[in-house]
Design a protein around this ligand. Structure first.
Ligand SMILES: [Zn+2]
Length: 148
């Protein structure tokens, strides 16, 4: 233990391995130091491609540009209700429109016009006197066949 001023223990030397940016591999790789210039690495040999080149400081964690492909899921053309309504309206386009009235009698697939909700198609018959009508923006349960 008689080595005064031993400053070389942590320093880099020729033949040591050092991380360097390889100009051929284009990434940080382990290299063997080939030549030193003072206390700086001058030349290195890539352990991967075996090429000697000027030492280049490792670029660090090179994160490749992550292209966040925001692939929007096939956008639903409209709300499901509206899509359904559109489909029904097309399917029943020849059905005459009946003005909705609680006193009226409606059947499945009937087209009706409601003063508030607009045109709709009877999609379901509930109870003896209720209808599920698909309107453009909503599905409503209406009463029909009422005796007043
Ligand atoms: Zn290389």
């Amino acid at each position: 233990m008689a080595r005064p001023k031993n400053t070389s223990t942590a320093s880099t030397e020729v033949a040591q391995e050092a991380l360097s940016y390889c100009t051929s591999c284009k990434m940080d790789l382990n290299h063997v130091i080939v030549a030193m210039k003072g206390d700086r690495i001058a030349k290195v040999q890539c352990l991967t491609c075996k090429k000697e080149h000027v030492y280049r400081a490792p670029k660090g964690v090179t994160t490749p540009p992550v292209k966040k492909s925001k692939k929007k899921e096939a956008e639903s053309p409209a709300t499901s209700v509206e899509a359904e309504w559109q489909k029904l309206m097309t399917a029943h386009k020849d059905t005459p429109i009946k003005a909705y009235s609680m006193k009226g009698q409606f059947g499945l697939g009937d087209r009706l016009k409601h003063p508030t909700f607009g045109e709709g198609i009877v999609g379901k018959l509930i109870y003896p006197n209720k209808l599920e009508v698909i309107f453009q923006t909503d599905i409503k349960v209406l009463i029909h066949g009422g005796t007043a």
